[in-house]
Design a protein around this ligand. Structure first.
Ligand code: ATP
Length: 275
């Protein structure tokens, strides 16, 4: 298993300001990662380090962006993996991958002369579902055990501090051992954006797009109940493609309306108002 460091550490240049809405999540995550910056003071007070933060929320709401912004904020290297990469048929392979991932975090940090690393594990529920449920699946249990062992081994005194950020939308199926103090004991909820959040996200994603004067982002934000950040990004892109097809130089309100329909048809969105 060759860890693709290039891919795993790609594009970390995301800042909290590049993330629309999610004000509570941004604030909570910022607080949780502060310790990386100030570890000697916390260590002096005998406060144990935070090892794991769990981002919990629906797909496309910006969990990966938040983890990347946390890495930028703390001047850490960023590595990412998905829970599904650890699911293997042969006993011991998944556990080996977990060890390699932690090792890669350390070597990448050394290489880049940083003293901290943020390791992002998307779809944590695939790797960290309740043990013993897949009867006799020793491989599965070993992989999760290895993650627990690696997390338990992290300390303030390590020359390179590692924080694990896990993402899931199924916190209910996570093994309780993962949620114990000293593991993923900080939980940050990442919700679908409300109207204000949607407006913020639309502004970010239309920053470099020529909008016709009939486009009201306020109206678009109102008309996109149930859209995630990823849907809104897709909406702005689709609208631009429609304008291109019609050989227009600006994106009109009509393009946006057609793009909304397209996104809604593409996904069976739950469009119950949340604000
Ligand atoms: P998944 O659970 O499916 O992995 P996620 O919650 O990690 O999704 P991201 O990968 O962070 O979601 O978001 C996907 C894309 O959607 C981003 O690259 C970005 O273009 C857009 N996006 C999502 N949320 C936001 C947001 N809050 N602000 C700006 N863009 C966003």
């Amino acid at each position: 298993f060759a860890v693709n460091k290039k891919k795993r550490s790609a594009s970390t240049l995301i800042q909290f300001d590049d993330i629309g809405g999610q004000e509570v999540a941004k604030q909570e995550l910022r607080e949780a990662v502060e310790f990386i910056k100030d570890s000697s003071r916390l260590s002096h007070l005998g406060i144990r380090p935070i090892k794991g933060v769990l981002l919990n929320g629906p797909p496309g709401t910006g969990k990966t962006l938040l983890a990347k912004a946390a890495a930028q904020f703390t001047d850490s290297v960023f590595l990412s993996a998905s829970g599904s990469e650890f699911v293997e048929m042969y006993v011991g392979v998944g556990a080996q991958r977990v060890r390699e991932l932690f090792q890669s975090a350390k070597s990448l940090a050394k290489q880049q002369r940083k003293d901290s690393a943020i390791l992002f594990i998307d779809e944590l529920d695939i790797l960290g579902g309740k043990r013993g449920q897949n009867a006799g699946n020793a491989e599965y249990d070993q992989t999760l055990n290895e993650l627990l062992v690696q997390m338990d081994g992290l300390s303030f005194d390590d020359s390179i501090k590692i924080l694990i950020i896990g993402a899931t939308n199924r916190i209910d199926i996570l093994d309780s051992a993962l949620l114990r103090p000293g593991r993923f004991d900080r939980h940050v909820k990442v919700e679908l954006p409300d109207k204000k959040g949607r407006l913020h996200i639309l502004r970010l994603h239309t920053k470099n797009k020529p909008l016709a004067s009939d486009v009201s982002l306020e109206t678009l934000a109102r008309n996109t109940f149930g859209f995630s950040g990823a849907h809104l990004e897709s909406l702005t892109n689709e609208a631009a493609i429609l304008a291109l097809r019609e050989e227009k130089v600006t994106i009109t309100s009509e393009h946006f309306q057609s793009a909304i329909d397209k996104v809604i048809m593409g996904e069976k969105l739950d469009r119950r108002p949340n604000t």
